[in-house]
Design a protein around this ligand. Sequence first.
Ligand code: MG
Length: 261
Amino acid sequence: MIELRSTAEIDAMRPAGRFVAEVLTELATHVAPGVSLLDLDRVAHAMIRERGAASCYIDYHPSFGARPFGKVLCTSVNDAVLHGLPHDYRLRDGDNVSLDFAAEVDGWVADSAITCFVGTPPGVDVHMRETAERALAAGIAAAVPGNRIGDISAAIGDTINDAGYAVNTSFGGHGVGHTMHQPPDVPNWGEPGRGLQLRAGLVVAIEPWFLAGDGSIRMDRDGWTIRSGDRTRGVHVEHTVAITADGPVVLTDRSGLSPAG
Ligand code: MG
C-alpha cells in the first residue's frame, strides 16, 4: 500500500534525514588510505548509539540474504557497487567506496548513499560520480506532484545513458517511512508519463547506481555484496526525498553540514 505523509509527519521525518546526513558527512572525512571498512562501520555504529537511533541494516535479513547483515553500513569498494558487507579490507589510494546508510530516529527512517574517493581516483570514476550526482538531481527535480514515477525513472536513466553508461534495473529506489523499503519501487530507468502518479506526501529514496562496463552484476561469496560481472567499477548515490506541494524536499541533504570532528 502506498502511504502518504501529512506535513506534520514529513516534519517528523526530518531528524532521521538529518542524522543520516550527519553520519555520511562524518564518514566521508574518515575515508583515507589504510582505513578499513570495519573502521567505517564502527564510526557509524558509535554515532547510532550516541544519537539513540536504530540501524536499519544490522538485523536486515531478506529472502536473498544468507544471514542477517550484522553491520550498520554498506561499504562497496571499486567493482562492488551495492550492499557491500564491511570486512577487514583497508582502503588504498585510487579506490572508490560507496557508503550506503539507513537509520531510524523517532520511528522514522531515512536512507542515503555517497560515493567517496580515496586519494586520487581514476578519471572514469570522477566522470561516473559526476554523472550519478546529475542523475540524482534530475530524479529529484522530477519528484513533484502530478508527475509519475516514470518521470523520475526516465530522468535518471536518460542522464546515465546520455553519459554513455548502461542502466541495470535489478535494484532501484523505493518508498521510505516507518520501514526502509516500502512501495512504490522507483526504478532507475523508465518511460515518462508512466506509472504511479506522484502526490504530495509521498516519500521515496531515489538512488541511481551504475557500472563502467556492460552493467552485469554478480553476488560476492559473502552473500551480500553486489559486484560488477565484468570487474568494472561502479558508483551509487542516494537521497530520501519528500514530495510536497512546494516541490521536492531532500530530507538527507548534507549541504551546510560539517563533520562532528
Ligand atoms: Mg540506501
